[in-house]
Design a protein around this ligand. Structure first.
Ligand SMILES: Cc1cc2nc3c(=O)[nH]c(=O)nc-3n(C[C@H](O)[C@H](O)[C@H](O)COP(=O)(O)OP(=O)(O)OC[C@H]3O[C@@H](n4cnc5c(N)ncnc54)[C@H](O)[C@@H]3O)c2cc1C
Ligand code: SF4
Length: 327
């Protein structure tokens, strides 16, 4: 396997334009995908020396551009990011293990392949590996979606994506001779079962931009897992609350992962949160919106447990964001 180490974006894009080349950032997922046959072996383009993909730049309007090579540990440990985007920093600090967080990058986290065990077993063919069926749909899909959007039933795997969705972030993507901005809300494939995200094989995620935070930001992240460490969540929620001067919630963004092919915002819960009191109980309107989450679900036989789990995880995440956690 050949590995090239370009020092600039043009070199990286040229190397990726060669057929079958694969981008590598931290390598924590790419290495596994190559070993498990999820991706065909080809030349590897190591992005870690590409200068414009690092660093954090705060702009005059208060927004921030975070380089795609920023590690998950750096995201979790940056004090200004944590103050401005608390749900993002808490998500970064909660995922995987310290070793993975120290190596894994923001771009790699967003673009990692899904964790479906059929995809990761070379004995099976499926939509994602050139086949024409989904063995998980009829087989063991315990960790699958509870909001069924299409033929593939593997939830998107990126915890950071849910948090970035709550902050209306977008990804700067470079390809041969062009750049484009992709909102996180449009980064994942809900209905195309052949791929997990919308980037082409010769495109590079260069950075992520988050709009300026509002005064009075509060945030929380919570995950429900089968075991407490080193595991992807069954359901996760990132909550962003913006409070007015008097302290009441003026606006809210609530995004969930682990439930669908794409991270999802929960607009009914968001609008019900307006006027909520930090430190207080959830209002009847919020309780009704949480109950209504069941209507959003279209569970598979093996993911019915996620209907209740979605509501209880979001509820606990909201209480945490409001500082009203129950004992
Ligand atoms: C035990 C364990 C638990 C985990 N738990 C979680 C969890 O709870 N939540 C979660 O989100 N993740 C979890 N992970 C996954 C981990 O976060 C990812 O493996 C990691 O974020 C991938 O980042 P990377 O930089 O190593 O990517 P790489 O492995 O280098 O790349 C991943 C993919 O993205 C592509 N890629 C990488 N960077 C770019 C770029 N800039 N432009 C274009 N393509 C690119 C690569 O080609 C590859 O296909 C866990 C991993 C482990 C081992
Ligand atoms: S199509 Fe999706 S859910 Fe089905 S086996 Fe493949 S990766 Fe898994």
């Amino acid at each position: 396997m050949t590995v090239t180490r370009p020092s600039d974006l043009e070199g990286a894009l040229a190397a990726l334009a060669e057929g079958g080349a694969l981008a590598r950032a931290g390598g924590t997922d790419l290495t596994a995908c190559l070993a498990e046959g999820v991706l065909p072996r080809g030349p590897v383009v190591d992005l870690t020396g590409v200068a414009p993909m690092g660093g954090t730049d705060w702009r005059g309007d208060g927004s921030v551009r975070v380089g795609a090579l920023t590690t998950v540990a750096e995201l979790a440990g940056d004090a200004r990011l944590a103050e401005s985007y608390p749900a993002l920093a808490r998500t970064a600090g909660a995922l995987a293990t310290p070793q993975v967080r120290g190596t894994a990058t923001l771009g790699g986290n967003l673009l990692q392949r899904n964790r479906c065990w059929y995809l990761r077993n070379p004995a099976f063919d499926c939509h994602q590996s050139g086949g024409s069926s989904c063995p998980a749909r009829t087989g063991d899909h315990l960790y699958g979606v509870v909001v069924d959007q299409g033929p593939c039933v593997a939830p998107h795997p990126s915890s950071l994506a849910a948090a970035l969705l709550a902050y209306d972030a977008s990804i700067e993507v470079a390809g041969a001779g062009s750049t484009r901005s992709v909102p996180v809300a449009e980064l994942y494939e809900g209905t195309d079962p052949t791929r997990d995200h919308v980037l082409g094989p010769a495109e590079v995620a260069v950075s992520v931009t988050l709009p300026a935070p509002a005064p009075g930001e509060r945030g929380a992240y919570l995950r429900a897992t089968g075991r407490s460490r080193a595991e992807w969540p069954l359901v996760e929620v990132a909550v962003r609350l913006v409070c007015e001067d008097g302290g009441l919630v003026a606006s809210a963004a609530v995004a969930v992962g682990g439930v669908a092919r794409t991270p999802l915002r929960l607009p009914e819960v968001e609008s019900a949160l307006a006027g909520s009191v930090p430190g207080g109980a959830l209002s009847p309107a919020v309780a009704a919106a949480l109950e209504g989450l069941a209507d959003l679900c279209s569970p598979l036989p093996g993911t019915r447990y996620k209907v209740g789990l979605l509501s209880s995880t979001v509820r606990a995440g909201l209480l945490r964001a409001l500082g009203s956690e129950e004992g």
